[in-house]
Design a protein around this ligand. Structure first.
Ligand code: HEM
Length: 367
């Protein structure tokens, strides 16, 4: 039910309305990089944290509209919370530990309350503002789906979101949308630095379609080479490497019977690197394999490409992420050329998402 109510917020028409927010964040990134390169015409920079700033900024603006600064504060707190949760996950465990008021647990409760309080306050303000004019941000769109009656009730309603649902959705936008898209852009910069001929092809395409003008939805939709590159990066370095499914009832998959109550794991990473589907060059970067589209990309024409999952739980933010990534990369290619720093070490590691373990130091040159 939550998914059905959330889906319209990611409809292409709604994404069009969010374009100014995408462009503001991308322009801020380009301006920041221009300043950094202004003295010598070039500079070395770790692009991974840069893309975290970009994608966090995009989500804060698109999720919270005019209140994006408060939204950014939520994300900062959430980042701290995720770090604490991961620490707890990786440390010694005994039942009930999370209820003991240790220093870290107290900090986690405090963060949780603070986040919820800021979101409640944002919702209150939005609801007051919505009586005057409709905003196009995700929070406003979700609130239009809420018949909250008692504004701060958290009991279940039929066919609408409760205030607690809205809070959870706001948190999910950030968790699902920030790091994944930042990783896609980070790996793309790394791979295009390793393969300068593809960097050149991508830049030529962007300049042919957009010149030096700020790109819009019309021209980014025609970026074929850039799309092929993104697909190949998503195949080799999928930000989400595993999909989990729980069998509610006995299920048959490919002739194998799986009883109810079993947690199954699909390794997207293994599937994307399997020579059976991708041929002898499965581990190599070759965007040409996507030249006739995703459906014809694998050797045996069997669908073996699942960076956004599949089926009823497929990523809701897929179009959102691709618009953001295309705008960001197109603007970077318009303004900079780039190569890997000699200090770069290639070490992909899975840390929630697939990331370069030692960062992505890149030398940027202003064009
Ligand atoms: C390159 C970027 C991204 C990748 C690779 C990615 C990948 C995924 C994957 C693999 C899933 C799980 C699907 C499944 O279980 O079958 C997922 C779910 C989800 N993603 Fe994304 N995602 C990306 C960006 C985003 C963005 C930008 C947003 C929102 C702004 C977003 C929102 C969501 C949501 C809400 C779900 C949960 C859907 C549900 O449970 O029904 N994602 N994503």
């Amino acid at each position: 039910m939550r998914r059905r109510l959330m889906t319209p917020a990611f409809h292409v028409d709604k994404l069009k309305g969010m374009l100014p927010s995408f462009l503001t964040s991308c322009t801020n990134l380009i301006d920041r990089w221009k300043k950094l390169t202004s003295l010598h015409g070039s500079t070395e920079i770790d692009v991974m944290p840069e893309f975290h700033i970009l994608t966090g900024d995009v989500i804060a603006r698109t999720a919270f509209g005019s209140s994006y600064e408060k939204g950014s504060k939520i994300f900062e707190l959430q980042k701290e919370q995720i770090t604490l949760v991961l620490e707890a996950y990786n440390s010694f465990y005994f039942p009930g530990l999370r209820f003991i008021p240790t220093k870290k647990n107290r900090r986690r409760y405090k963060l949780d309350n603070e986040i919820k309080e800021i979101i409640r306050d944002l919702i209150r303000r939005k609801q007051q503002g919505m009586q005057n004019k409709l905003e196009e941000d995700l929070l406003s769109l979700l609130l239009q789906k809420c018949k909250l009656g008692d504004q701060f009730a958290s009991h279940d309603h039929n066919n609408c979101l409760t205030i607690d649902d809205v809070i959870e959705e706001c948190k999910l936008f950030y968790i699902a949308g920030q790091e994944t898209t930042a990783n896609l852009l980070t790996w793309t910069m790394i791979v295009l630095s390793m393969h300068p001929s593809w960097q050149k092809k991508a830049r030529e395409e962007v300049l042919r379609l957009c010149g030096k003008e700020t790109p819009g939805l019309n021209n980014i939709n025609h970026l074929k080479i850039v799309s092929m590159i993104f697909n190949e990066v998503l195949r080799l370095y999928p930000p989400v490497t595993l999909l989990f499914r729980y069998t509610k009832q006995e299920t048959n998959i490919g002739g194998m019977s799986i009883p109810a109550g079993v947690e199954t794991v699909l390794s997207i990473l293994s599937l994307h690197h399997d020579p059976k589907h991708w041929g002898h060059d499965a581990t190599e970067f070759n965007p040409e394999r996507f030249s006739e589209g995703v459906a014809k990309s694998s050797k045996d024409d069997q669908m073996a490409f699942y960076p956004f999952g599949w089926g009823p739980r497929i990523c809701l933010g897929q179009n959102f992420a691709m618009i953001e990534a295309k705008l960001g990369l197109a603007m970077i290619l318009q303004h900079f050329s780039f190569q890997l720093s000699p200090s770069y070490t290639h070490a992909p590691r899975q840390h929630i998402t697939l990331q370069p373990q030692h960062g992505a130091p890149i030398i940027l040159r202003c064009l």
